[in-house]
Design a protein around this ligand. Structure first.
Ligand SMILES: Cc1ncc(COP(=O)(O)O)c(C=O)c1O
Length: 431
């Protein structure tokens, strides 16, 4: 594929930093480096590091790795961890075409660099509506044109995507009325934030085919991929990427620790190298200490151990999801509707009771009752009012879930009354 047509003007301007470009040579044993101003590690006060796991095991961080982690290192991350993750991608996704991988400061770091690489000011981007507020707020700084694609309980509706692209105005040869056609799609295919929706394999295939037909890059933000509650995980876009049009972002945040700030991006070399150029010019590299902490554990577990761990994490959240469903059924029937997520941490709840705008209810009335949710408007690309709210069950005891939903039910009842409705009149309609 020719990637130049996908690159933003800013990305095209990026050049390697002279010192960063030398980083790969720094660990070549027979080379005497006078070229790079590496601080001398003898002056660093740290001597060693060990980490105790919840199992009681102690991981002593390898001396050489630790010393390496204290210094500047490769832009695309510690090679040991990078290689381990490449193996993981091969085992889990088996991408049909060659790929490269880079580690970043959380997947957010890599997502924002991907957007910046692909979008000029004012460019259109195909985006799920609703979508992740963390990326929406970054995309707004690029002033891009959100082209909303409708979603349901299974994420993007392929027919909607196709309709938008088929109806896109032909480019005007005079150039006066040109509306550039979208060059990328941003999607959260598993346990979507905020919807909790997970795409099916059939939908993903249909969406991939549409993107192939219209030559669109798929930005696959799969932070909740390993939090799928089904026995088999739905295959990723990366696993079906025969063209090299998928840039996939993974995250350690939901499976090892969010404070490690580690994520990784996988995709075609020409695009990942552009992301590396961005890193060279901004934060230089992902932080060394979190990388060795993660690597030492992953190497200790091996890939099998990692899969065992993520299975346990998914089972943990599945139980939380089940507890939340029980509490929703107890308190919210007739007051709201919802779809039960098969991955992730969120319920996307539609309030009944004549509520058209959930923001006032959540930010004022619910807060007074000491219960917190997120108003749906925060996730709408065009900030349109909505009766939806996002509720997360990830870090709440069953007792608190029950109490929170009891309080929320009270607030909805009061609002319904103001709207001249009685809750028993509302009935429950499934989404
Ligand atoms: C959909 C989605 N993508 C990306 C991120 C960012 O994750 P990270 O901690 O890896 O930067 C989040 C965080 O909540 C998220 O929900």
């Amino acid at each position: 594929m020719d990637y130049s047509k996908f690159l933003s003007e800013r990305s095209k301007l990026r050049q390697p930093s002279a010192t960063r470009a030398l980083a790969p040579f720094l660990h070549q044993k027979d080379l005497i480096s006078l070229g790079v101003g590496q601080p001398n590690p003898d002056t660093f006060p740290y001597a060693s590091m060990s980490v105790t796991l919840k199992t009681g095991e102690t991981l002593n961080i390898d001396e050489q790795l630790f010393s390496r982690a204290l210094s500047y290192d490769n832009t695309q991350g510690l090679p040991h961890l990078n290689e381990w993750l490449c193996q993981l991608q091969k085992i889990e996704h088996n991408p049909p075409v060659d790929f490269t991988l880079s580690i970043g400061t959380g997947s957010q770091d890599l997502l924002t660099k991907t957007f910046e690489m692909l979008l000029n000011e004012g460019d259109p981007i195909l985006i799920e509506s609703p979508s992740y507020t963390g990326c929406l707020s970054f995309l707004k700084t690029l002033n891009c044109n959100f082209v909303d694609v409708m979603t349901d309980a299974y994420g993007i509706i392929p027919e909607q995507l196709e309709k938008i692209l088929e109806a896109w105005p032909e480019s005007d040869p005079s150039g006066r009325q040109n509306q550039p056609k979208p060059r990328c799609l941003y999607t959260i295919p598993s346990g979507g934030n905020p919807t909790g929706a997970t795409s099916t394999i059939e939908r993903k295939r249909a969406i991939y085919d549409i993107c192939h037909k219209h030559d669109i890059i798929i930005i696959e933000d799969d932070a909740y991929y390993y939090l799928q509650f089904t026995v088999e995980r739905v295959p990723s876009y990366l696993s079906m990427d025969v063209d090299g049009r998928v840039v996939r972002c993974d995250s350690m945040s939901k499976i090892l620790s969010s404070g490690l700030r580690l994520g990784w991006v996988t995709g075609p070399k020409p695009l990942i190298e552009r992301i590396n150029l961005h890193t060279m010019g901004t934060n230089l590299q992902p932080s060394g200490i979190p990388q060795v902490m993660a690597y030492q554990l992953l190497a200790h577990w091996g890939h099998e151990g990692f899969f065992h761990h993520v299975k346990n994490v998914a089972a943990f959240y599945r139980q939380k999801r089940d507890d939340f469903v029980e509490c929703l059924d107890r308190h919210m029937k007739g007051r709201a509707t919802w779809a039960v997520p098969s991955a992730g941490m969120f319920f996307w709840v539609r309030l009944l009771g004549g509520i058209n705008d959930s923001e006032d209810l959540i930010m004022n009335k619910a807060l007074k009752q000491k219960v917190l949710g997120l108003p749906g408007v925060k996730f709408m690309p065009h900030e349109s009012k909505t009766e939806y709210i996002r509720l997360s069950y990830s870090n709440v005891s069953k007792e608190n879930m029950d109490e929170a939903l009891r309080r929320l039910a009270l607030v909805i009842d009061q609002e319904a009354e103001v709207n001249g409705l009685k809750i028993e009149d509302l009935g429950r309609s499934d989404q």
